[in-house]
Design a protein around this ligand. Structure first.
Ligand code: AMP
Length: 293
């Protein structure tokens, strides 16, 4: 008997690679849209599911809190894991399949991993969370190998993650199309995140400075004073109570290196601690369409 728990949900849930693989191969020549997550699902995640459902025969979501991408043990331990509420949300969203493996289903003891994708993984988040993207690539590589999706849906919310995974897909010749989905925000502008539940009511108010500052940079963008704008943005963040900015960078959207006057595609990205919670956010300042793509 395949190991799925179909007692209350029409959503098919698998906890082993083998059973998921068998089920997906039995479906024949279908298109598969895949949405990898760490759970504690919110409308941001559900917007990815909705986009996958529109364009594929089967939508697969994974929920796996991946230990190898956490460089802070406490962050891993306190990461929210409301699996029953998540399953209800997936069911309601019309997701077809959930893959929810345990850690020992995904990793052998003392497994070693290194994939060299160049400097992309060492910039921005990589500076403040060393090793984070090796962990992300490791788990996404394994998940892609199991699910073998046609399309992979990831959020602009984790812009650098999208670029890192795209680079891995390109270097490893993985046959999947990457789809970037826009950032879902609360009405006041805060980017939705599973970690927002850790914000106190006061922190929640202070956290709005992230999206406000990103919008300010977009509205006042001038390509002749990029370095100065970055500094002004850092000052705005630092001036807010309980907010400790880690970085605010205005970069080339492909290389993630500091933008200059000639840069075509420009993204502003920021990370800050708000109270005890680390938040990231970004905004696309301008994107020039090349060759109709
Ligand atoms: P996570 O569970 O945080 O690993 O996120 C799983 C996927 O959902 C990633 O591709 C994220 O970029 C995406 N995601 C997270 N937050 C949002 C959001 N507010 N809007 C859109 N996508 C998001």
């Amino acid at each position: 008997m395949p190991n799925f728990c179909n007692l209350y949900f029409s959503l098919k849930t698998f906890i082993t690679r083998k059973d998921l693989r068998e089920y997906l191969s039995e479906q024949g020549a279908v298109t598969i849209g895949f949405v990898p997550t760490m759970g504690a699902l919110h409308n941001g995640h559900l917007s990815l599911i909705a986009q996958a459902k529109q364009a594929n025969n089967i939508t697969v979501c994974s929920i796996f809190v991946n230990p190898t991408q956490f460089n802070d043990r406490k962050d891993l331990e306190k990461y929210p894991r409301p699996i029953e509420a998540d399953m209800a949300k997936l069911e309601q969203a019309g997701c077809d399949v959930l893959f929810n493996p345990a850690v020992n289903e995904m990793y052998d003891d003392n497994e070693q991993w290194h994939l060299d994708i160049g400097q992309l993984e060492h910039l921005l988040e990589g500076e403040f969370r060393p090793g984070h993207y090796q962990g992300v690539m490791q788990v996404v590589f394994k998940l892609l190998d199991i699910v073998k999706p046609t399309n992979l849906y990831m959020g602009q919310k984790d812009y650098q993650q999208f670029m890192v995974v795209s680079k891995m897909v390109e270097l490893m010749h993985i046959p999947v199309s990457m789809v970037m989905c826009p950032i879902e925000r609360d009405a006041d502008g805060l980017a939705m995140s599973s970690r927002n539940v850790h914000l106190t009511a006061e922190d929640r108010q202070h956290s709005l400075i992230l999206s406000k500052t990103l919008n300010w940079v977009k509205a006042n963008f001038n390509n002749r004073n990029i370095a100065q704008m970055q500094q002004q943005a850092m000052d705005k963040l630092a001036a807010e109570n309980t907010v400790e900015p880690e970085y605010f960078r205005i970069v080339d959207g492909e290389t993630l290196l500091l933008a200059n006057e000639d840069t075509k595609n420009i993204v502003a990205l920021t990370a800050a601690r708000v109270g005890k919670t680390r938040l990231i956010d970004n905004v696309i300042i301008k994107w020039v369409v090349v060759n109709g793509s």
